[in-house]
Design a protein around this ligand. Sequence first.
Ligand code: NAP
Ligand code: F7E
Length: 333
Amino acid sequence: MKALVTGITGQDGSYLAEFLLKKGYEVFGLIRRSSSFNTYRIDHLYKDPHERPKLKLIYADLTDGSNLHSVLNEINPDEVYNLGAQSHVRVSFDQPIYTANVDALGTLRVLEAIRSMKKSAKFYQASSSEMYGKVVETPQTEKTPFYPRSPYGCAKVYSFWQTVNYRQAYNLFACNGILFNHESPRRGETFVTRKITRAATRIKLGLQNKLYLGNLDAKRDWGFAGDYVEAMWLMMQQEKADDFVIATGQTYSVREFLDEVFGHLNLDWGKYVEIDPKYYRPTEVDLLLGDASKAKKILGWQPKIGFKELAKMMTDSDMKIAENERILKDHIK
Ligand code: NAP
Ligand code: F7E
């Protein structure tokens, strides 16, 4: 089986690549040209003598349709996972047009490239709980209407419906995973959980004094990325393509995440955290809580890692990074 993954250098792409390689897939990852190294999350796979022959990286970009067209027709994958995106909600307010180009039109470009293939591939779209935005009901299910609150959320709604429409209009196997927030030690450092675990561990070791944050009252349904990529694959193994909510069914505030992380390090976050309004969003998503009953029933999927374990896993991992930073700092002195 051949799988093509856009966004392979991101958090989810790296876990999905690991998962698919273990299942024996040949994995083709699309990467962007960058002036600095951007493959650190998958370097361990590339260096592994067992995995390396099955992992191929190809330059491509979701803004370049002709490039996607030729890559897909050349590789002829069985499954395409579209994880590539400008995925930062706050940044999408600064770069709405770029975000729409990548996150909305980028999906359409991939769908059009699939439609041009002789033997069409199955398609997975990385849809998001951000589509629920100013939620109209709680918990959110596959039937909850969307009410996006950011250019990112709007772009994801566009891609959601294009995926549904290509399924209905062209009989493509095209599914949406509506994933609620999922984190890991590989989470980008500007997302709130990782920003907190990085800062708390650095504060503990005297490498940093303050942590500047925005809205501490926002609540999220936070799961572990490693659990969530399994759900993506399960969706693609069904007889019929469909859309599924993937979530833990528990919601916690940013404040509670601070309690967990700083508590684990025996620190009082009140002494270190300051509010900087620059991290507020013009429109906020106050509360997300997913109901993954459909995925549990049809896919047999269950989240394995809960909130406290996730916070501990990320804190312990970042403590190792902070310890290395301190060794390096002492060495330079
Ligand atoms: P991430 O860590 O930000 O990774 C995004 C990936 O997209 C990176 O590989 C990035 O490449 C790539 N990318 C960005 N712009 C691109 C472009 N123009 N062309 C091709 N690739 C591009 O995101 P993630 O957390 O793994 O999330 C994966 C997907 O799930 C995204 O679509 C995200 O919107 C969606 N999602 C995430 C969550 C979550 O909680 N994590 C929840 C729901 C949905 P570089 O490495 O070169 O930047
Ligand atoms: O913010 C608040 C912020 O940026 C979470 C993406 O993966 O999940 C992610 O989007 C909450 C928000 O994630 C800071 O206002 C407070 O309410 O970690 P985040 P997100 O916006 O929920 C969804 C499902 C996706 O699809 C996205 O791709 O935390 N918050 N202070 C802060 N957030 C950040 N980033 N930085 C702060 O300083």
